[in-house]
Design a protein around this ligand. Structure first.
Ligand SMILES: Cc1cc2nc3c(=O)[nH]c(=O)nc-3n(C[C@H](O)[C@H](O)[C@H](O)COP(=O)(O)OP(=O)(O)OC[C@H]3O[C@@H](n4cnc5c(N)ncnc54)[C@H](O)[C@@H]3O)c2cc1C
Length: 423
């Protein structure tokens, strides 16, 4: 334990949003905090998220919001209640980055970027005295329970902090730092880890040459996708070897599980979700007046060239009867034969099961060691749900450290309110 004169020392391993949020709370509470990261700089995946506008969170009502976490909801709910979407907005605005609600209800910083936010955040952490040890790769524990790192010179560095937070991320986009190589390090200590699998990723489709060569990169807009009992409106993009995009990502967990079980999954694509089969049939029963099938479908059913190509993928000889054609347009079967690699997935599923941690996210088998962020076993669709839970778990782990070290709650309250006000 720390001496009465020196504050307790906490090692935060992993400088993504979960680790940085934990470091902020601990620094605000007067603890000595060191953030270790194997990369030369922190927050690389956060910056990558900024390339897509940095969807921080979502404005939908809280009940619906929490349902996005599916089976993990009961575990995450108290943590999300303690750090809600509005708290995240206030925190972001406290760092000088105004936020706004987009037309889809998603919340972004006005700049649509992560870099100004990260810069302001790191400046705040610097003022709090948070120490950064970069190019330090965590290697587990030694026989004396010390944390072991390898630094950039290949030298071994040992640390025995008063508490540690592991915020090592999942395994998507490994070149940004979160490579999932921590899983055996925890398994060696008897901690169950669910395999890391892609989440919010694309799928493989065996397109014909025509589709591949003429339509790769084409978006299919205003469609709806159905799998099992879930239907979603949105957009999907044809790629050379498959399909990706927001609506696909939202179904990706179910599709992935079905492919793992059955070898393939059939997605149903509605190319005109705004029209009923009857209304579409009426249009398609109109005389063709010598138009080619493509022109007729484009003019009467309002289909895009990529939509027509998708119909032909499913049924090279298109139905002649209006009703049959309408039924196909409303439910084009698309067979997915595999998942795209985790290397390009937006997030990963799997990780440390909630059963391995207590309500403060402390590992039951390793008292004093906490887990936060995407390395916990939860998954959620895109829409800001990933970052919201990442921040909330980072904060919860920091609070857990404070409780474990018996740091009074007053410091905790002060820390969050001043954190959201300070520039
Ligand atoms: C392309 C893309 C776009 C995204 N867009 C959004 C979005 O708009 N909205 C949203 O909510 N989410 C988005 N996400 C997801 C979001 O970025 C992640 O969920 C989030 O970064 C997870 O945070 P984390 O702190 O848990 O892990 P990470 O951000 O992955 O950070 C983990 C850190 O741990 C370090 N580390 C790993 N292993 C070691 C080790 N052995 N030793 C030392 N350090 C180690 C890594 O270097 C890394 O810095 C996006 C992700 C991607 C890839």
């Amino acid at each position: 334990m720390p001496s009465p004169s020196s504050p307790p020392h906490v090692a935060v391993i992993g400088g993504g949003p979960a680790g940085l949020m934990a470091a902020e709370m601990l620094g605000q509470s007067g603890l000595a905090v060191t953030v270790y990261d194997q990369m030369p700089s922190v927050g690389r995946k956060f910056l990558m998220a900024g390339r897509g506008g940095l969807n921080l969170t979502h404005s939908e009502d809280f009940e619906h919001f929490t349902e996005r976490y599916a089976e993990a909801r009961p575990h995450l709910l108290p943590l999300l209640e303690a750090f809600r979407p509005d708290d995240l907005r206030a925190w972001c605005e406290g760092l000088g980055q105004d936020t706004f609600v987009g037309s889809s209800g998603r919340i972004f910083p006005r700049t649509f970027k992560a870099s100004p936010l990260l810069r302001a955040w790191l400046a705040r952490l610097g003022r709090l005295g948070v120490d950064f040890r970069l190019r330090h790769r965590w290697q587990g524990w030694d026989g004396e329970g010390r944390l072991v790192f390898t630094d950039s010179a290949g030298e071994t560095v040992w640390e025995k902090p008063d508490a540690a937070i592991l915020a090592l991320g999942g395994a998507s986009w490994p070149r940004l730092g979160s490579d999932g190589t921590w899983t055996p390090l925890l398994a060696e200590r008897g901690i169950a880890v669910s395999p890391l699998r892609p989440s919010n990723m694309g799928f493989v489709v065996s397109w014909t040459d025509v589709m591949r060569s003429r339509f790769a990169g084409e978006p299919m807009k205003r469609i709806s996708l159905t799998f099992q009992d879930m239907t979603l409106r949105g957009e999907a993009v044809v790629t050379r070897d498959g399909i990706e995009g927001g609506a696909v990502y939202a179904l990706s967990g179910r599709l992935r599980d079905a492919i793992e079980r059955d070898g393939q999954a059939t997605l149903s694509v509605d190319l005109r979700p705004d029209l009923t089969i009857e209304a579409l049939t009426k249009r398609l029963d109109a005389p063709r007046k010598g138009q080619s099938a493509s022109t007729f479908l484009r003019k009467t059913a309002g289909l895009s060239p990529v939509g027509i190509a998708l119909l032909r993928e499913a049924s090279p000889a298109l139905p002649v009867q209006g009703g049959d054609l309408a039924r196909l347009i409303k439910a084009v079967p698309l067979v997915l034969t595999g998942t795209k690699s985790i290397d390009r997935a937006i997030s990963s599923a799997g990780g440390v099961p909630f059963g391995e941690v207590d309500e403060h996210l402390m590992l039951r088998r390793l008292p004093g060691v906490f887990v936060a962020g995407e390395m916990l076993d939860w998954e959620a669709p895109t829409g800001g749900y990933l970052l919201q839970a990442t921040f909330a778990t980072g904060l919860a782990a920091a609070k857990g450290v404070l409780a474990h070290l018996k740091i009074p709650d007053a410091a905790l309250t002060r820390s969050l309110s001043s954190a959201t006000r300070q520039p």
